[in-house]
Structure formats: C-alpha cells, structure tokens
Design a protein around this ligand. Structure first.
Ligand code: GDP
Length: 205
C-alpha cells in the first residue's frame, strides 16, 4: 500500500466523540517509550505525524489519523493501570477500555512491545484483557535494529513461548519492526490492506 495522504483528524478522550465515518480502524497501543510514535511516523512516511516521547505536551488522548481517505490509524498513548478503589483492583484506564469495547469500526489492534525486553506484566495483562473481551490484536515487536538476528529470533520465540504457556492456545500474529531502518513496514501495510479489502468487500454484500 502506498500512503498518499495521512491527516490528523481529532484527539479526544471519549469514544462517543470519535469520527463516525464507517471506515476500518486500526489502533496502536503499548507502554510509553515503546516506539509507537516512531512506528506511526515510519508507516505513514511522515516525520512528525505522531508526537514522539521527547516532545512536551504529549497527552493521554485517542488520536485519529485518516489514511488515504479510507482507513483510520489510531494512536492511543501509553497504557497504564488506573488508580482504583479500596479493593485494590487493577484496571486499565477507563477511556482506553471504553474505546476497545465500544468502537464498532475497530478491525484490528496492534500491541507494541520492545523486542529487547522480557514480557512485562502490564503487557501480558493487557493482552489477556483483549483476549477475554474478544478484541483481535497482533503484536508488533519494535526496535529490532537494536539486536542481532539470532537474538531477535531468541527473544521472539521466548515471548511467544511465554504466551503459549499462559492462557493462549494460539499465538497472535506478530510483526518484527524497526522504525529507524524501515523494517516491517511493507508487511504491516500489506496486512492492513488485506483487512481493508475484506472490510469493503463485506460492505458490498
Ligand atoms: P512512544 O513513547 O511509544 O511514542 O515512543 P517513541 O516513538 O517516542 O520512541 C521512544 C524512544 O525510542 C525514542 O528515543 C526513539 O528514538 C526510540 N526508538 C523508537 N523506535 C526505534 C527503533 O525502531 N529503533 C531504535 N534504535 N530506536 C527507536
């Protein structure tokens, strides 16, 4: 897929106020500093479409970008646990869970993890929450340029192995990326393109 246009549409914290056009939508989420903004800029070939961590004023909002006038890319800045109640129950921020539970147009989400690190509890718990709520997602391993090919393979195998030894019966689809080297761009865009085609095909019937 060639990116012809990539336009910022809106930022807000309320899923009800997100754009109501019936276009397929893809959400990108992960811990702060995982490389999400860099990945979005790499995918869209725009230097600063998404604001990278270094920039001040980065806020906790649902950011919609319209790509090629026919799909939405959504930047959901770094998830974390919300502070809740006496029972000390851990939960993700409400605006994020509402977004995933209520957003009809959402066709696939990408959970980003840094390829150098062992699985982190918050990422595993978030994926578990997605699974429990039947929200489809893929994993994007970021910063692959920081490791040698053998280490990439080892880390990915260990990560997927850990998922399969937990609640997962099947490994999620995953992508290995490097924003600084453009790795994984074609694969990700082809994947999005194929889901877009299915989406528009289904709408015809
Ligand atoms: P965000 O907080 O998830 O949006 O993360 P950023 O995109 O702002 O990236 C966090 C830091 O990681 C920055 O210093 C980036 O330059 C660096 N970074 C992001 N992606 C890559 C990558 O693919 N390779 C390398 N080497 N560094 C990266």
């Amino acid at each position: 897929m060639k990116i012809k246009t990539a336009d910022f549409v809106m930022s807000n914290s309320d899923v009800a106020k997100c754009p109501n056009e019936p276009l397929p939508e893809y959400a990108f989420i992960g811990r702060s500093n995982v490389g999400k903004s860099s990945l979005i800029n790499m995918l869209t070939e725009r230097k600063s479409l998404a604001k990278t961590s270094g920039r001040p004023g980065k806020t906790q909002l649902i950011n919609h970008f319209k790509i090629n006038s026919n799909w939405f890319l959504v930047d959901l800045p770094g998830y974390g646990y919300a502070k809740v109640s006496k029972k000390d129950k851990r939960t993700f921020q409400k605006y994020i869970t509402n977004y995933f539970l209520q957003r009809q147009q959402l066709v696939c989400s990408f959970v980003l993890v840094d390829i150098r690190h062992e699985p982190q509890t918050i990422d595993l718990e978030f994926m578990e929450w997605m699974g429990e709520n039947q929200i489809p997602f893929c994993i994007i391993f970021t910063k692959a340029d920081k490791l040698k090919p053998k280490a990439i393979e080892r880390n990915v195998d260990a990560y997927i192995g850990q998922l399969l030894s937990g609640i997962w019966e099947e490994a999620p689809h995953y992508f290995i990326t490097s924003s600084s080297k453009g790795v994984g761009r074609d694969e990700l865009l082809s994947y999005i393109d194929s889901i877009n085609n299915e989406f528009f095909e289904a709408q015809k019937n």
